[in-house]
Design a protein around this ligand. Structure first.
Ligand SMILES: [Zn+2]
Length: 55
């Protein structure tokens, strides 16, 4: 089971940085506070995966 680590994700659209638990970014309906882009988009999913690999 994966632990719920804090990861730092940068929005691929507006550059807003967010530090939240990894599970936060995977909850449906969540979006960037800066531009409102959904975390479920392909570019965001990639950014989240990269942040997880770095954590
Ligand atoms: Zn954004």
């Amino acid at each position: 089971m994966l632990e719920d680590k804090i990861i730092k994700v940068t929005c691929p659209k507006c550059g807003t940085q967010m530090s939240e638990a990894a599970s936060f970014f995977k909850k449906p309906g969540k979006s960037c506070p800066g531009c409102g882009r959904q975390f479920t988009t392909e570019r965001f999913k990639r950014a989240i995966e990269e942040a997880e690999n770095l954590a």
